[in-house]
Design a protein around this ligand. Structure first.
Ligand SMILES: [Fe+2]
Length: 323
């Protein structure tokens, strides 16, 4: 089956008042009050790309995978059923809530509710950010990316790669086992990390403008404990980013400048470092912190660096185009 993008994400959350301030005043999402006390986080012209659902737990509520056509949805039904997954039909209320024409859902091997939808309608009202940011890079790349810790890495790999058709971008083995996987040109829409228990590690959203990352960093520096991973550049997706602590305890990566992959020709490889520089992780074990520092030093000793990709957004104008 073919997934086009991860179109939306619902997160079960508490501390809704803290979330309001964090999401709007800090990150710059537009807030949209939704039914049943839910809070929609707008990133573009959809009513919401992310939604916070009041709960006494923190974690994935559901994830929405876009498929292109009703025929493609029929393929999802058939292949999921053949693989032994129970395929559940959506209710009219659920479809109205997501503003989708069609939707079915299953549980992945970790018990995350995964929805497959066709035809999501945009909102009548244009996106208006919570503070003056230049917007988020979404479109057909999806909302951003999500990183899940899982005790069932092999089953989850099989589910997302073999069944759903995500491609492997790159991976790490050894003391940290990670698989970065793509559904479209975004280097990874999902990453799976082997951990003792299932949990939501982080969510990434990408600003269109680099200055919005820098300006948020200024804000973060004023809040003790906010920065959980310092400013740095990932060696795989080339994103310039840092990670903040959300009111839900998991991390929000805010980045800029992610590179595109061509899913048709991309060859996966084993990474030897997470980041070219920066990304000091205050939450890691001392052992892993040391290992990652050594990896960055080795990358520096080899002079590893990467160009910034011109993607036609984010205020980036190539000199050739400007002449
Ligand atoms: Fe990330």
């Amino acid at each position: 089956m073919k997934i086009e993008e991860i179109g939306y994400l619902c997160i079960d959350a508490n501390k809704m008042d803290e979330w309001r301030t964090f999401a709007s005043d800090y990150v710059g999402f537009e807030l949209r009050a939704l039914s049943q006390g839910c809070l929609g986080l707008r990133m573009d012209d959809y009513e919401w790309r992310m939604k916070l659902r009041p709960s006494d737990r923190t974690g994935v509520g559901f994830m929405g995978m876009k498929v292109e056509t009703v025929e493609a949805l029929a393929t999802v039904r058939a292949e999921m059923g053949a693989a032994g997954f129970q395929v559940n039909e959506s209710t009219a209320q659920e479809r109205a809530d997501r503003r989708v024409a069609h939707m079915v859902w299953v549980y992945d091997p970790d018990g995350n509710r995964i929805e497959f939808f066709v035809n999501r309608a945009v909102d009548e009202v244009a996106f208006n950010p919570g503070r003056p940011i230049g917007g988020f890079r979404t479109g057909n790349l999806g909302f951003g990316h999500i990183v899940l810790g899982t005790p069932r890495l092999e089953e989850m790999e099989k589910f997302y790669m073999k069944l759903l058709g995500f491609g492997l971008s790159d991976y790490m083995t050894g003391n940290i086992e990670v698989r970065f996987i793509h559904a479209n040109e975004r280097h990874h829409s999902l990453a799976l990390v082997k951990t003792p228990a299932r949990f939501l590690h982080h969510v990434m959203v990408e600003y269109k403008h680099m200055d919005d990352v820098g300006r948020l960093y200024d804000k973060a520096l004023l809040v003790p404990g906010m920065i959980q991973t310092s400013l740095g550049r990932h060696s795989n997706d080339h994103v310039l980013s840092f990670y903040s602590k959300t009111p839900g305890g998991f991390l929000l990566e805010t980045g800029w400048g992610g590179r595109s992959v061509d899913p048709a020709t991309w060859k996966s490889y084993e990474m030897d470092c997470m980041s070219y520089w920066g990304h000091e992780r205050s939450w890691e074990t001392p052992e892993n912190q040391l290992k990652q520092r050594e990896q960055r030093e080795a990358a520096g000793a080899k002079g590893l660096r990467a160009p910034v990709e011109v993607n036609g957004e984010g205020g980036f104008v190539s000199r050739d185009a400007a002449i």
